[in-house]
Ligand binder design. Structure first.
Ligand SMILES: Cc1cc2nc3c(=O)[nH]c(=O)nc-3n(C[C@H](O)[C@H](O)[C@H](O)COP(=O)(O)O)c2cc1C
Length: 341
């Protein structure tokens, strides 16, 4: 096995926390991050995370059981905070002894962090700002992920490079912070590790791995796309705050505009309240992503992808992707100091 001495030394805290060989998480991707990809990531020494998305507790139960049948290594479960059955889903994780729960999609509702920890699992939260990161840590989060707007899927407004500069120098020495968004190569991983990150999270780079069940047409769309094709959705009605989603530009982009107008009208007519309106938008995305990932409808479905999509050029096994990232990181760290003073 290849030795990645310098990278492994910088990843040691993250590896210990995750129970892995490499502090590389494959971020949960709805429909993509199911038992096959998750177990492949964990078996390769990374950390796979099941995307619960809109799954019912019964479906999550089956998915965790299915993943456990394919790997004995640690993996996590990603739960969306606005899921109406969040606390039932937490119970399912507890029943299976899931070691790490990732809470995504907003500030965790009251009692959720405590409920997860009471079951013995570690809690990982997304920190959109330094202030919120500090608050989440005070509220019991065991680790943070900072994710920049280069990422695929739902995104915040700030780039990874800026978030990393604002948050790592302040929090990374005493806390575990993983960096996500736009990471396509190991040289960048080396940089974030040197800044104090405990590890990194990638999604786009793993979405088309050989073990991913994504439809061949979805993968082909990734291989053809370049960074500028992965665009953020636009909010059309100022009254309806929608979290932007980064996906490959297609006909579905226009359908989202129509959907927003429809939901805004329902809001105006008092048919739905703001919470229901936002849930309606989330259901739209879940359906559109399913059409692209599972059915291969890359025209009207949502081909969620980050800006690193241009660096995804072929189908490769997860082991090869991780080895490539680690080799690039190690080479970058080994070359430090090569410039004479
Ligand atoms: C197709 C796709 C689906 C995603 N679905 C989810 C999700 O359900 N929950 C979540 O927290 N993040 C989701 N993400 C974000 C990833 O977990 C990860 O944080 C992100 O992809 C990292 O940035 P990168 O795409 O630049 O590598 C998704 C990303 C993609 C590309």
């Amino acid at each position: 096995m290849a030795a990645y001495t310098k990278t492994s030394a910088l990843m040691a805290r993250g590896c210990e926390f995750l129970g892995t060989e490499y502090a590389i998480l494959c971020g949960a991707m709805s429909w993509v991050s199911e038992r096959n990809l998750v177990s492949a990531i964990s078996n390769a020494g990374g950390f796979g995370v099941i995307a619960c998305g809109a799954m019912t507790p019964e479906l999550l139960d089956a998915e965790i059981a299915g993943t456990k049948a394919l790997t004995a290594k640690p993996f996590g479960v990603n739960l969306i905070t606005m899921h109406p059955q969040l606390f039932d889903l937490i119970e399912v994780c507890k029943k299976h002894g899931v070691g790490h729960v990732v809470l995504a999609g907003g500030i965790p509702p009251k009692g959720s962090v405590e409920a997860i920890k009471a079951g013995g699992a570690k809690v990982i939260c997304f920190a959109p700002t330094l202030a919120l990161g500090k608050k989440l840590l005070r509220s019991g989060a065991d680790a943070l992920v900072i994710e920049g707007m280069e990422a695929g899927g739902h995104i915040g407004p700030v780039s990874t490079s800026v978030l990393a500069q604002e948050i790592l120098p302040n929090l990374a020495a005493d806390n575990l912070v993983f960096v996500a968004g736009g990471i396509g190569r190991g040289e960048l991983i080396a940089g974030y590790l040197e800044m104090g990150a405990a590890g990194v999270q990638l999604g786009t780079r793993f979405a088309c791995a050989s073990e991913s069940i994504a439809h061949a047409a979805f993968k082909k769309a990734f291989f053809r796309a370049s960074a500028r094709d992965a665009i953020a959705s636009v909010q059309v009605d100022p009254r309806l705050p929608v979290i932007p989603v980064r996906a490959l530009r297609n006909k579905g982009t226009e359908e989202f505009t129509a959907k927003q107008l429809e939901v805004a009208r329902l809001l105006d007519e008092g048919v739905v309240d703001m919470g229901a309106a936002q849930l309606e938008i989330e259901h739209f995305w879940a359906g559109a992503l399913r059409r692209a990932v599972i059915d291969g409808d890359v025209e009207s479905g949502s081909v969620m992808a980050g800006q690193s999509v241009g660096m995804v050029t072929k189908e490769e096994p997860v082991v090869d992707i991780i080895a490539e990232l680690m080799t690039e990181s190690e080479a970058a760290l080994s070359n430090r100091g090569a410039v004479a003073a």
